[in-house]
Design a protein around this ligand. Sequence first.
Ligand SMILES: [Zn+2]
Length: 244
Amino acid sequence: MMKKAVLSISGGLDSTTVLTWLLNNDYEVFPIQFQYGSKHNEYEARAIKMVMGHYRSEHKQCPYPGKLNPLQVIDLTGAMAGFTSNLLKTGGDIPEGHYANANMALTVVPARNIIFLSIAAGLAESLGAEAIALGIHQGDHDIYPDCRKEFFDSMNESIKLGTGGKISILAPFLDTDKAGIVKYGIHNGTPYKLTRTCYKDQSVPCGRCGSCCERREAFAKNKQEDPVPAEDQDYFRTIKKETR
Ligand SMILES: [Zn+2]
């Protein structure tokens, strides 16, 4: 019987690579997209549509043993309207520089992953899926409390307890860094040229926000050019991580 997983897809590097991994590893995938009033939601939605189109077209689907179901969009814009974060349309400017620097904390959306994982758990149980797949990876994410391994371990435990052991978190890249994720994707045909990572409310990625910098650095570590051009292509090479 085919394994089943719910995947929260953002159109960025991590979740798109997890999609490749799931299809390669014989999973039936139920992709969900959260809309929550972020500055980049519109561009993410466009990227997800293209990534889904890539994998759902019969020609591209052939090499993958898994199965990809249609996207389910979950609109939390109303529920999260009062949240404070510069990532949201209601917040201030997106900070620029190294993704691990203190100013990037402005882009944290309070308790976002608690909310997303709780909804994904309910859906997974309803769909008869045994896993919620995530792109969590090794990295420098001290300023994002809901991206740390301890958080996911604890959440995994809560989800298992709260679903009578039916659902757990599946994190294929837990021991891999961002460059390692990109390496896997490059070798397994992840359509990175269709993905979107920038946090800003603009069509062309800026190349200067923490998210853009982290992405471009991951490609550079693989000695590859990011297939998505940015306004400021080489800014990431000029910035430093703050010492704390
Ligand atoms: Zn950017």
